[in-house]
Design a protein around this ligand. Structure first.
Ligand code: NAD
Ligand code: IPM
Ligand code: MN
Length: 342
């Protein structure tokens, strides 16, 4: 029996994850879901921690974990997200955050030039180091003399393994993105590892861009990218940018992976969207396409393809939520995807 842990989380998280779970159920693959619905901002407010060790053991024991979104305006403390999402990413050592973007329909592209719309790329985001390593602190906090330091960590092994993942995920090209012209030590390390690793794939086009120019190019020539590999924070930012260029944040899916252990956490790229929670406006496509990435990793490539085809068909027919030009609510959009799977 395959078991998938589910962490619906906050805001629109439970709304979109319900549609992803229903879509997987519809495919009849005998997958069992272990839903951890107490991991949310309310639990954090009441108990000072949202995820217990027992919760984490259930996540660890599962064959994969599907997450909605973690975060709520009532809990500005970053310790909440660190104790849930970042805990799973770090303790399960999910070092490659794979965030594919593929334009679902021409009408969704904010790009005016129709020749620039062949968007089909992926951001591979280093997921366990960088500015997220939690190394740093504040001197004299709350005073006029406050100094805050957050250290950006890059290790030879961490950079090497994510570059190798990116090179293995590409079919056409890989673009390494850093800020080596300003960030000296980490930049140098990324550059040296890249120079070595890229030579292992002479069949691929390999190139390098600084992150500021990469942002510009993603808007100007998004069709020129296949795989982009970058550090944790640049990957966070560029994946929201790529998502919007590729049809909207509500469509963007992600997989947080460790190919060596087989562990994986799947989640839409977007957050808990408190501005639309409870209105039925949440687009379930990012969550459903994240479930398709989960099915790929569980060895169900055929059903994953059916799910992607069903998403494409409903978006083409505008049987989707208003952000994609439809007039369905979250549940009706999920039902339309399930109907297209049959
Ligand atoms: P957000 O991604 O939640 O929302 C940004 C904008 O996109 C909002 O206008 C929202 O309405 C819209 N949007 C997002 N998802 C949508 C969907 N599925 N359908 C339609 N519209 C959608 O970003 P934010 O407002 O900065 O963050 C809200 C909370 O979520 C914060 O607490 C943040 O830390 C958290 N967050 C969590 C994750 C995660 O769990 N992986 C990711 C990003 C943000
Ligand atoms: C994401 C989110 C998270 C991140 C936040 C909620 C910590 O923005 O998954 O992209 O920055 O990794
Ligand atoms: Mn993000």
């Amino acid at each position: 029996m395959t078991t998938v842990a589910v962490v619906p989380g906050d805001g629109i998280g439970p709304e979109v994850v319900a549609e992803a779970v229903a879509a997987v159920d519809e495919l009849g693959l005998g997958i069992d879901f272990d839903v951890l619905d107490g991991i949310n901002a309310r639990t954090y407010r009441e108990r000072g921690a949202a995820m217990t060790d027992a919760d984490f053991d259930r996540v660890r024991a599962a064959d994969g974990v599907l997450v909605g979104a973690i975060g709520h305006p009532s809990v500005p403390d970053p310790a909440y997200g660190r104790g849930v999402l970042l805990r799973m990413r770090f303790e399960l050592d999910l070092y490659a955050n794979y965030r594919p973007v593929r334009l679902l329909h021409d009408r969704l592209s904010p790009l005016r030039d129709p020749t620039r719309r062949g968007i089909d790329c992926a951001i591979v985001r280093e997921n366990t180091e960088g500015l997220y390593a939690g190394i740093g602190g504040a001197l004299r906090p709350g005073t006029d003399a406050e100094v805050a330091v957050d250290t950006e960590v890059s290790t030879h092994s961490g950079v090497t393994r994510v570059l190798r993942f990116a090179l293995s995920a590409a079919t056409r090209s890989v673009c390494m993105v850093d800020k080596a012209n300003a960030v000296e030590s980490g930049g140098g390390l990324w550059q040296r590892c890249w120079d070595r690793e890229r030579r292992t794939r002479p069949d691929l086009e390999t190139r390098h861009l600084y992150v500021d120019v990469a942002a510009m190019r993603l808007v100007r020539d998004p069709d020129s990218f296949d795989v982009i590999v970058t550090n944790n924070s640049y990957g966070d930012i560029l994946s929201d940018l790529a998502a919007e260029v590729g049809g909207g944040l509500g469509c963007a899916a992600s997989a947080n992976l460790n190919p060596e252990t087989g562990a994986g956490l799947y989640e839409p790229v977007h957050g808990s969207a408190p501005d639309i929670a409870g209105t039925g406006l949440a687009n379930p496509v990012g969550a459903v396409l994240s479930a398709a990435l989960l099915l790929d990793r569980l060895g169900h490539a055929g059903p994953a393809r059916s799910l992607r085809a069903a998403v494409r068909e409903t978006v083409e027919a505008a049987r989707c939520t208003p952000d994609l030009g439809g007039d369905l609510d979250t549940r009706a959009a999920g039902a339309a995807i399930r109907a297209a799977c049959r």
